[in-house]
Design a protein around this ligand. Structure first.
Ligand code: FAD
Ligand code: NAP
Length: 543
C-alpha cells in the first residue's frame, strides 16, 4: 500500500470490475490460483444482471439447472431450483449464496464505479480510479463489466417532463412497484418488455404497450421443476457440464425445456401450403422454425414468418391487435429469440391496449403521459423497457488508456477489436470476460463466463511460471480473429440486410454497425482457444 495526495493506493495482483456471475467466479478462481484479487461493483448488491433487472416477470430463459455454476460439485448438489426457468429473485439469491458459501464478500466492494483505468508502461501496472475516490494499482485488470449492463436512455423529447413515475426495467427499484389501479405505459417489446407485459397487466388498471417493432416470441413452457428430474440431473452433473461445452449454445436441454424443436430435415420452400398448415396444427408456435432452410435462406425465412403470423392470429382475438403484433420485414433469427409466459394471451384482456407505433410514432413525453402521432395517452407510470448499449457500452463508459495513452474507445471506434474476445492489442494485462469476439450473448452466459475465467486464470499462471510481466495480442493475430468473426457471421440471419438489432449496435444512434459476437458456436470457439494455448499462446506476446 502507498499514499499520494492523501489518497490511499491499494495494490492487488488483479482488480476485477463487476460482481455479476463473471466477476464472482473470477474472484473465486483467481484466489484459488493464489492471486490477490479485489472486486469493484457499481451496484449495492452482487449478481449483476440479476441484481439490476428486478422488473415484474424477469426470468432466465436458460433452464435453471444449466444456468448455474459448474465449478463446484458441492454447490451443484446443495442448491435446489424451484422452476424450470428461474425467476430473478431466485437467481439473485443463488449468486448471494455463492458469494457467502465461498467467503467472497470480504473482497467485494459495492456501490463503487470504476471511472478510469490507465496503463503505466514503466511499472507494467494498471492505475484504476473510482467515483468514490479509490486508487488501485494492479498487475492485471479483469473487466467483468457485462455485455448487457449499460442502460440505453432513449432520446425521447420531454422525458423529464413526465409528472408521474418513470421506471427502467434495467434498474428497477429494490422495493418493487405497486401498479394497482394505475394507468401504465410500457415502451419496448424486446425480451424485457415481453416478460413484464403479462405481469404488469395483472395489476394495472390499464396497460398500454408501445411497440415499435413486433417481436418473435415463443411460449417458455415454464413450470415447477420436478424433484425426481432434479435429482436425476444432479446425478449426471459432471457429464452434463462437459456436454454443455460441446453444445453450440451451451444448453443441453435438461428438464425437457426445449421450447423450439430442432429443425426437421425438410425445407419449407419444398413444402406445399397444406404441409405448412399441417405443421402449424401439429407444432403450434414452433412450426415457423421447424425447417432446415428457415435460418439460412431469406425466402424460406419469410415463409416461416408467415406461419408465425398465423399463430398470432390464432391466439390474439382482436384482428387489429393481431395484425399489430405480427412481425413484418424482419427475419426470424435476426434479433434474440424471446421466451415468454402468456404474452400474446395478455392482449385478449380488456385492460390491455397495443399501441402499434408503426401507425404513428412517439412524438414526446408530456407531463400527463405519452404523445404520439396517433393520439395522446394519459398515464400514471411509464416503464422503459428500451434495452442496453450492448457488448461495448459498459467499457465505453470507463476512460481506459493503454500503451502510449491510446484510449480503448478510440481503438474500438470502428467496432471492437479483440483476440478471442479476451484481450486487445495495445492494452497489456487487460482482460475482458465474455468480450466482443467471443460467443457470449449467443450462448449460455454462465458456461461462457466460466470458460473465459478459466482461460484467463491459466494465462496468468503461465505468466507467473515463466516470469513474464505482461501479455497482449499481436495486431496481426487480432486482425485475423476479427476477420474470422465477421466471416462466420456472414450468411446468417443476424447480418441479413433487413435485420437491425443490438447485436449490430443498431439500437444506439451513431454506433458503428458491426456484428460483434462469435456465431460459430461454443465447441469451435473453445477448440480455437485450446489450440492457441497448445501452440504456446499463439498470437499473444509475453514480455
Ligand atoms: P453482468 O451480470 O451484467 O454484471 C456486470 C456488472 O458489472 C454489473 O453489476 C455492473 O454494475 C458492473 N459494472 C459495469 N461497469 C462497471 C464499472 N465501471 N464499475 C463498477 N462496476 C461496473 N443470459 C443467458 O445466458 N440466459 C438468460 O436467460 C439471460 N437472461 C437475461 C435477462 C436479462 C434481463 C438481461 C439484461 C440479460 C440476460 N442474460 C441472459 C445475459 C446476462 O447478462 C448474462 O447471462 C450474465 O448475467 C452476465 O453476467 P456478467 O457477470 O458477465 O455481467
Ligand atoms: P431490447 O431487446 O433491446 O428491446 C428494447 C425494446 O425497446 C425494443 O422493442 C425497441 O424497439 C424498443 N425501443 C427502444 N427505444 C425506443 C424508442 N425510443 N421508442 C420506442 N421503442 C423503443 O432490450 P431488452 O428487452 O432489455 O433485452 C435486451 C437483451 O437482454 C435481450 O435481447 C436478451 O439478450 C437479454 N434479456 C433476456 C431475457 C430473458 O428472457 N432471459 C429477459 C430480458 C433481457 P426496436 O426493436 O424497434 O428497436
Amino acid at each position: 500500500m502507498g499514499t499520494s495526495n492523501d489518497v490511499e493506493t491499494r495494490e492487488f495482483d488483479a482488480l476485477i470490475v463487476g460482481a455479476g456471475l463473471s466477476g464472482i467466479y473470477a474472484l473465486y478462481h483467481l484466489r484459488e490460483l493464489g492471486f490477490t484479487a479485489h472486486v469493484v461493483e457499481a451496484g449495492q448488491g452482487v449478481g449483476g444482471t440479476w441484481y439490476w433487472n428486478r422488473y415484474p416477470g424477469a426470468r432466465c430463459d436458460v433452464p435453471s439447472m444449466e444456468y448455474s455454476f459448474g465449478f463446484s460439485p458441492e454447490l451443484e448438489q446443495e442448491w435446489d431450483w424451484s422452476e424450470v426457468f428461474p425467476p430473478q429473485e431466485e437467481l439473485e439469491r443463488y449468486f448471494n449464496h455463492v458469494v457467502d458459501r465461498f467467503d467472497l464478500r470480504r473482497d467485494i466492494q459495492l456501490s463503487t464505479r470504476v471511472t478510469t483505468a490507465t496503463y503505466d508502461e514503466d511499472a507494467a501496472q494498471w492505475g484504476v480510479e473510482t467515483d468514490v475516490g479509490d486508487c488501485f494499482r494492479v498487475r492485471y485488470l479483469v473487466m467483468a463489466t457485462g455485455c448487457l449492463s449499460a442502460p440505453l436512455e432513449p432520446q425521447i423529447p420531454g422525458r423529464d417532463a413526465f409528472s408521474g413515475t418513470s421506471l427502467f426495467t434495467n434498474r428497477w427499484p429494490k422495493d418493487g412497484v405497486d401498479f394497482t389501479g394505475g394507468r401504465v405505459g410500457l415502451i419496448g417489446t424486446g425480451s424485457s418488455g415481453v416478460q413484464a407485459t403479462p405481469v404488469i397487466a395483472e395489476a394495472a388498471a390499464h396497460l398500454y404497450v408501445f411497440q415499435r417493432t413486433p417481436s418473435y416470441a415463443w411460449p417458455a413452457g415454464n413450470r415447477p421443476l420436478d424433484p425426481d428430474l432434479q435429482r436425476e440431473v444432479k446425478r449426471q452433473y459432471r457429464a452434463l457440464r462437459a456436454e454443455q461445452r460441446r453444445n453450440h449454445g451451451g444448453v443441453v436441454g435438461t428438464s425437457g425445456a426445449i421450447a423450439v424443436p430442432l429443425p426437421r430435415d425438410v425445407k419449407i420452400l419444398e413444402a406445399s401450403e397444406e404441409e405448412r398448415r399441417a405443421a402449424v396444427d401439429e407444432l403450434g408456435w414452433a412450426a415457423c422454425r421447424a425447417w432446415s432452410d428457415v435460418l439460412s435462406d431469406l425466402e424460406a425465412n419469410e415463409a416461416g414468418a408467415e406461419l408465425y403470423r398465423e399463430m398470432v392470429k390464432r391466439v390474439v382475438v382482436d384482428p387489429d391487435a393481431a395484425d399489430g403484433l405480427s412481425p413484418r420485414n424482419l427475419p426470424i433469427g435476426c434479433k434474440r429469440p424471446i421466451l415468454h409466459t402468456d404474452y400474446y394471451e395478455t392482449f385478449n384482456r380488456d385492460n390491455v391496449t397495443l399501441v402499434d407505433l408503426r401507425r404513428g410514432g412517439i412524438e414526446k413525453i408530456t407531463p400527463n403521459g405519452i404523445s404520439t402521432a396517433q393520439g395522446d395517452f394519459d398515464l400514471d407510470v411509464i416503464v422503459y423497457a428500451t434495452g442496453f448499449d450492448a457488448m461495448t457500452g459498459a467499457l465505453d463508459r470507463i476512460d481506459i488508456g493503454g500503451r502510449g495513452g491510446q484510449r480503448l474507445r478510440d481503438a474500438w471506434a470502428e467496432g471492437a477489436r479483440t483476440l478471442l474476445g479476451v484481450q486487445t492489442a495495445g492494452f497489456p494485462n487487460f482482460f475482458t470476460v465474455t468480450g466482443p469476439g467471443s460467443p457470449s450473448v449467443l450462448a449460455n452466459m454462465v458456461v461462457c463466463a466460466e470458460q473465459h475465467v478459466e482461460w484467463i486464470g491459466d494465462c496468468l499462471v503461465y505468466l507467473r511460471e515463466h516470469g513474464y510481466s505482461t501479455v497482449e495480442p499481436t495486431r496481426e493475430a487480432q486482425d485475423a480473429w476479427v476477420a474470422r468473426v465477421n466471416e462466420v457471421a456472414q450468411g446468417s440471419m443476424y447480418t441479413a440486410p433487413t435485420c437491425n438489432s443490438w447485436y449490430l449496435g443498431d439500437n444506439i444512434p451513431g454506433k458503428v454497425r458491426v456484428f460483434l459476437p462469435w456465431v460459430g458456436g461454443l465447441p469451435a470457439y473453445i477448440e480455437h482457444c485450446e489450440q492457441v494455448v497448445a501452440a504456446g499462446y499463439e498470437g499473444f506476446v509475453f514480455a
